[in-house]
Design a protein around this ligand. Structure first.
Ligand SMILES: [Zn+2]
Length: 115
């Protein structure tokens, strides 16, 4: 019973649909952004050896299932900066969708913080 409750809580935590929930993301450095990204993964496209990164991709945490692509190249606007170490990712500034679900949130230490 308690185990089931914990499982449901975990499930809603990871695949949260309500704005009150704060989904958690892990990051993955990839050479090419995936066509079908996973829900709770923040993908970073680039060259790890040269510490050079171009794009990031995540599924919108609101539950709308839209892909959000972020530009990390600082001579193109808008541009985000991504900090990642020890499996924890943070993004600044906040991510604000101007279309559709209009989600606005920060990704801080892997956790979605709604604005
Ligand atoms: Zn959304």
């Amino acid at each position: 019973m308690l185990l089931k409750k914990t499982f449901n809580w975990l499930k809603s935590f990871v695949f949260g649909k309500s704005r009150k929930q704060k989904p958690k993301y892990i990051y993955k450095i990839v050479k090419e952004l995936p066509f079908s990204p996973k829900n709770n993964v923040f993908y970073i496209e680039g060259d790890e050896k040269n510490n050079d990164y171009w794009y990031a991709l995540m599924i919108c945490p609101c539950g709308c299932k839209q892909k959000l692509t972020l530009n990390l190249i600082d001579d193109v606007r808008p541009c985000w900066s991504v900090n990642f170490e020890n499996n924890i990712v943070s993004v600044s500034p906040s991510i604000w969708r101007t279309k559709n679900c209009k989600s606005h949130f920060w990704l801080k230490r892997g956790i979605v913080d709604w604005v």
